[in-house]
Design a binder for this molecule. Structure first.
Ligand SMILES: [Zn+2]
Length: 321
């Protein structure tokens, strides 16, 4: 099924629209300024009052209308220490948001002319924006599915669970929890134990949720987690009972295959060190899969959300546009 084709017209954001919205570096800077300081209004550290700020020509600064003190909308953002033009950053974010299976640094290198190294670094920064902390499920909902995936190396039986004697050391374990028709959380773990499964479900799943898992013994503690009141339903894969009424883990398995296809087909291989950031990228898009290409706007919003936690602005490297 290709979901992209089902995106309603009003939710599509074509490259042509992107091009119209952000034709220049200045337009991109203006966007970041508006997100952080709407209409240029923010507290001036010299006036100690809320003031309007106007763009300083040729610089990435805006000046206080009264005292002329500069503010820098890019300070504290992922763009701060970069000498890559803002529009190329925006283009990379657009590409990252408009794909379903991921996009390689090679492609952004081809499309924008930056070096491979720069493209790779940009993607790493953009993926940081895509990491989010959310909680799933809740009383009265349709429940969550929890499952685990192994990344890297080869397994003897691709379709089955990890077998005894398989090379555990070469693989990285990933826990996943997904709402049916909803959002996902995927986390790289050190090991798959009753403790790791219990801690993850406690952290990411709201109380009174029904949790669907397979028959793995590591999930048995879920209904006993103090104060959480989880319902636990299990499917017995080893007896080839994959779907029994509402007891199945097909949703999470669909996500795993998307990740595997993407990482295998686009990124070719991903080391354990970076695996979490790729999972963040896939999860971020998956969690907005019905918003069409407006995923780009969500990434853009994260730029200022993540910057606002940082301390007072200073002049960034990209001071001259
Ligand atoms: Zn001032």
């Amino acid at each position: 099924m290709n979901r992209r084709q089902t995106i309603p017209k009003e939710l599509r954001y074509t490259f042509q629209q992107f091009d119209q919205d952000f034709p220049t570096d200045d337009a991109c800077l203006e966007q970041i300024k508006e997100q952080r300081f709407p209409q240029g209004i923010t507290d001036c550290v010299k006036c100690l009052k809320s003031r309007k700020h106007y763009r300083v020509r040729g610089r990435t600064a805006y000046a206080c209308e009264t005292c002329g003190n500069h503010i820098y909308p890019l300070a504290g953002t992922i763009f701060e220490k970069s000498s890559t033009p803002l529009r190329i950053w925006f283009h990379a974010m657009y590409l990252m948001g408009s794909t379903r299976c991921g996009i390689s640094a090679k492609q952004i290198q081809r499309e924008t002319g930056v070096t491979y190294k720069t493209a790779w670094r940009m993607f790493r920064q953009i993926r940081k924006l895509m990491a989010e902390e959310i909680q799933l499920g809740g009383a009265g909902g349709s429940g969550v599915e929890m499952d685990e995936m192994y990344h890297g190396g080869r397994r003897k039986n691709e379709s089955g669970r990890m077998l005894r004697g398989d090379s555990f050391q070469t693989k990285t374990m990933v826990h996943g929890i997904v709402e049916r028709k909803g959002r996902i959380v995927a986390r790289v773990g050190n090991e798959f134990t009753m403790l790791s499964a219990g801690m993850l479900v406690r952290q990411y799943v709201l109380p009174e949720t029904t949790v669907f898992t397979d028959e793995a013994a590591q999930y048995t503690a879920i209904p006993q987690l103090k104060g959480m009141d989880y319902q636990h339903k299990r499917i017995n894969h080893s007896q080839e009972v994959y779907v029994a009424g509402d007891v199945h883990t097909n949703t999470i398995e669909g996500f795993w295959s998307l990740v595997k296809r993407g990482i295998g087909g686009v990124y070719h291989s991903v080391s354990a060190k970076y695996l979490q950031s790729y999972l963040d990228e896939y999860s971020f898009r998956y969690n907005r899969r019905d918003s069409g290409n407006l995923v780009f706007s969500s990434i853009l919003a994260r730029v200022s959300e993540m910057a606002s936690r940082k301390p007072a602005p200073e002049a960034p490297k990209t001071e001259v546009l």
